[in-house]
Design a protein around this ligand. Sequence first.
Ligand code: IDP
Ligand code: MG
Length: 139
Amino acid sequence: MSTNKTFTMLKPDSVEKRNIGAILEKITASGFRIVALKLTQLTHSDAEAFYAVHNERPFFGELVTYMTRGPIVAAILEKENAVEDFRTLIGATNPAEAAEGTIRNMFADSISENAVHGSDSDENAAIEGQFHFSAREMF
Ligand code: IDP
Ligand code: MG
């Protein structure tokens, strides 16, 4: 059953390039409601746990270094069919393959520094959202 919620991070490159406002505008203009929102920073162990599924991949060390090098924006978003629709809005992992008008097409530089995270399932959206936000931070 769909929860109608997903979890996103605007990754360190988006914060460094001052794209927070433009990306949040694109997200809300696309019909998502912001349920929870904060500027925060992942620790090394946070990033290793978050991306544990990729820990055998050759880019894992680079990914952890990138995701911990500065603040991120964490958010929970609500919309009908949120997980799937948000993955469509962000576009392919590699911005060179991301469709015109998607967030990664507009704001990402490379397959490693690709601007945003979007949960890949309702189950992971709930786990990732609860990692960052307490009940009193969700509206
Ligand atoms: P996703 O973010 O579109 O779900 P995943 O395959 O789950 O993509 O990969 C997680 C993150 O790992 C990507 O968003 C990107 O930052 C990084 N990544 C994925 N593939 C590569 C790669 O081939 N080289 C470097 N970094 C990668
Ligand atoms: Mg993924």
